[in-house]
Ligand binder design. Structure first.
Ligand SMILES: Cc1cc2nc3c(=O)[nH]c(=O)nc-3n(C[C@H](O)[C@H](O)[C@H](O)COP(=O)(O)O)c2cc1C
Ligand code: SF4
Ligand code: SF4
Length: 294
């Protein structure tokens, strides 16, 4: 619900102009101007909070933000050069020190994820931070067991046919050509006690999940994860996206039980995190495939 405090409202109309759905409307009857809420479109309010953040008189309130403080805006104390340096120097970190990341540092990383944009402002993304070594070990064991079963199944033409029927040809091809060639070695190394290349022996695993009914759930998780990644980088914590983890979280009933996510939620992003074991000395040159102005 949106409320306008008639005592404070000066009918300047700015809330209506910022609103993506033009819900506040400023109307004139003779000499009188007033801002009211469109009864036709009030149901389209996505509770983005922009009207409340912009109102010069503090007259409009979005109920879903009740009890949450709108901090005053101030220019971020960061230059273009500093931001670009951060973006360029961030690396995917896959080798971690055997050292826990303190909860106060993790909380700062998650604070950055809170401010990520979400499709239609849904704010339906959830985060699960797993920093308990026992839980990580148990998850790792389940992940290997799942991928071992998958490797076996993919070697069997009947099982391959069933996977294709259930998941589609694209997923089958991704599994066969992209996931499993590396996984074959990961399983070998894991079984030989050499390393855990699924969880990368990380001290922290951060999962981003969303209701499976959320149309932009996957994008929301990815954007929130990237906010977290950049904050982690500033705090000296390395992170890496891991595409092996979300399917294992969503497919394995025992993993689901450990994670205990809200009902009908799927994990879309898994980030391994920890203090980097090695410090890069040079920036890897990267580029987009193409940039065009039209
Ligand atoms: C959508 C996405 C998924 C990724 N999945 C994985 C992954 O499963 N495992 C991994 O080691 N790296 C993963 N990465 C990291 C990429 O391999 C990495 O970003 C790329 O090699 C460039 O390296 P940089 O991040 O250090 O610039 C992923 C990156 C993105 C953007
Ligand atoms: S919260 Fe957003 S969508 Fe709702 S009335 Fe305000 S500006 Fe419009
Ligand atoms: S921005 Fe504030 S003062 Fe201006 S019309 Fe909207 S509620 Fe009234």
């Amino acid at each position: 619900m949106i409320r306008i405090d008639k005592e404070k409202c000066r009918a300047c109309g700015v809330c209506g102009r910022i609103c993506p759905r033009y819900i506040p409307e400023t109307i004139e009857h003779g000499d009188i101007r007033e801002t009211v809420l469109s009864t036709e479109r009030i149901g389209l309010c996505m509770e983005c909070g922009h009207c409340e953040a912009l109102c010069p008189s503090g007259a409009i309130h979005v109920d879903s933000f009740s009890g949450r403080f709108f901090e005053p805006v101030k220019k971020p104390d960061i230059t273009e050069g500093q931001l670009l340096a951060l973006l360029k120097q961030r690396r995917s970190i896959r080798r971690y020190k055997d050292e826990p990341v303190p909860r106060n540092v993790l909380n700062r990383i998650i604070e950055a994820a809170h401010s990520a944009p979400t499709g239609t402002g849904s704010q339906s993304t959830g985060v699960l931070v797993i920093d308990n070594p026992g839980t990580l070990k148990s998850l790792s064991a389940h992940f290997y067991s799942l991928y071992r079963r998958l490797e076996k199944a993919l070697a069997n033409p009947v099982a391959r046919f069933i996977i294709q029927k259930k998941k589609g040809k694209k997923i089958l091809n991704i599994l066969r050509n992209f996931v499993m060639p590396g996984m074959h070695w990961y399983i070998k190394w894991h079984d030989a006690g050499r390393s855990d290349e699924i969880l990368r022996d990380c001290p922290v695993l951060i999962l981003f999940y969303s209701p499976d009914s959320e149309p932009m759930g996957e994008d929301n998780c990815t954007v929130a994860a990237y906010h977290a990644i950049l904050m982690a980088e500033v705090l000296g914590v390395g992170t890496c996206f891991n595409h092996l983890i979300p399917p294992a979280c969503n497919e394995d009933p025992e993993v689901k039980q450990i994670l205990n996510l809200p009902q009908d939620c799927d994990v879309y992003v898994g980030l391994t995190a920890g203090y980097p074991k090695y410090s890069f000395k040079r920036i890897v040159p990267r580029r987009l495939a193409e940039v065009r102005y039209l």
